[in-house]
Ligand binder design. Structure first.
Ligand SMILES: [Zn+2]
Length: 342
């Protein structure tokens, strides 16, 4: 896709997704509504659409990457450029003044295989919207200056509303406690989003099977909703890492609550620490420790008469066994009567 030269004819930027669950693949495409329709219904590819066929779940990785990239300002650049472009429309300036912003966005756009398709979509969306509003406004040059000004304000407003709606979910990500990291929280954010979203469903007959694609116009949330639902039907749950907050996909083979071995280790350490503190404070543990220490002292005293020690040890081991069984079945909240059980 030639991001520097997006035509002003299209009002809408679309994003489409299709799934091949048995092969663990997802197909994501961005482009104009007509071109995506041609691609998903007739398999017609066009240089002006961007298509990626990749591992199922990649979209979640991209969301994580964008959430983290707050630190390296990618979302900030998007917001600044869209504000700049909005001013150009509202002041009725020419495309020459827009170059600075368009170039900055084009630089962020990554058409390589590693490119983040979600970020690419937002850039494509901002530029499509800008070009359309700018071009439509320019076609009104023949009218009076006063009505031209009104039009400029209207187009700028239109552009601004559209772009803010798109960027809002990304700028409102919940912060993970005790860090400055922000990640998507799917249950929270999806349920807070509008409950009425529009998607096109396209079919095509490919390699002997029907393939379904979902295309949303100017909306990422609609695609995200479908994405999460489709994964759920394939027994995968999009969730957050209990430790760092990153989005993870849980499935039958990996039902872990953590994104990595690193976070699993952090959890293990915290768990052990918590338990040590809990045990240190536990009455049951204290009583057992007293019993163990007392008998050990006794054993030391008996060292000089091996026969008595052996007898003592046999008795001690029996008692220890009973004490351990009892200890395992007790907590500080257990009823006292239970402690009389063997
Ligand atoms: Zn983690």
């Amino acid at each position: 896709m030639n991001i520097n030269n997006i035509s002003g004819e299209n009002k809408t930027a679309s994003i489409g997704i299709s799934f091949d669950i048995p092969s663990e693949r997802e197909i994501i495409a961005i482009g104009s509504p007509d071109r995506l329709k041609a691609y998903f219904t007739l398999s017609i590819e066009n240089p002006e659409i961007e298509i990626r066929i990749r591992k199922l779940g990649s979209l979640v990785d991209e969301m994580n990457e964008l959430a983290q990239s707050e630190a390296d300002d990618k979302m900030q650049i998007l917001a600044e450029c869209s504000n700049g472009l909005c001013d150009i429309i509202s002041e009725g300036q020419g495309n020459k003044s827009a170059e600075e912003y368009i170039n900055a966005l084009a630089e962020l756009y990554d058409s390589s295989n590693k490119g983040n398709m979600l970020l690419n979509f937002m850039i494509f969306f901002i530029l499509t919207n800008y070009r359309y509003n700018h071009r439509t406004l320019n076609s009104e040059w023949h009218v009076f200056v006063s009505s031209m000004k009104k039009s400029a304000a209207r187009f700028a407003e239109q552009f601004n509303t559209c772009v803010s709606d798109m960027l809002l979910p990304f700028r409102n990500l919940p912060t993970v406690p005790e860090s400055n990291v922000r990640y998507w929280n799917i249950p929270e954010q999806i349920n807070a989003s509008p409950t009425d979203l529009t998607v096109h469903i396209y079919y095509t007959h490919l390699n002997g099977t029907w393939q379904t694609a979902y295309v949303a116009d100017d909306s990422f949330l609609a695609v995200l909703r479908i994405y999460v639902d489709m994964l759920k039907q394939a027994n995968r749950i999009v969730s957050n890492c209990t430790i760092c907050g990153k989005l993870i996909i849980k499935d039958k083979t990996n039902n872990s609550d953590f994104c990595s071995q690193e976070c699993r280790n952090v959890h293990k350490r915290e768990w052990t620490k918590e338990n040590r503190i809990k045990n240190a404070e536990s009455d049951v543990q204290n009583i057992y420790t007293t019993f163990y220490n007392n008998t050990n002292n006794q054993k030391r005293k008996l060292k000089r008469s091996p026969e008595a020690l052996e007898q003592y040890n046999t008795l001690f081991n029996e008692l220890k066994e009973k004490a351990l069984i009892m200890k395992r079945g007790l907590s500080d909240d257990s009823p006292f009567s239970l402690s009389n059980n063997p």
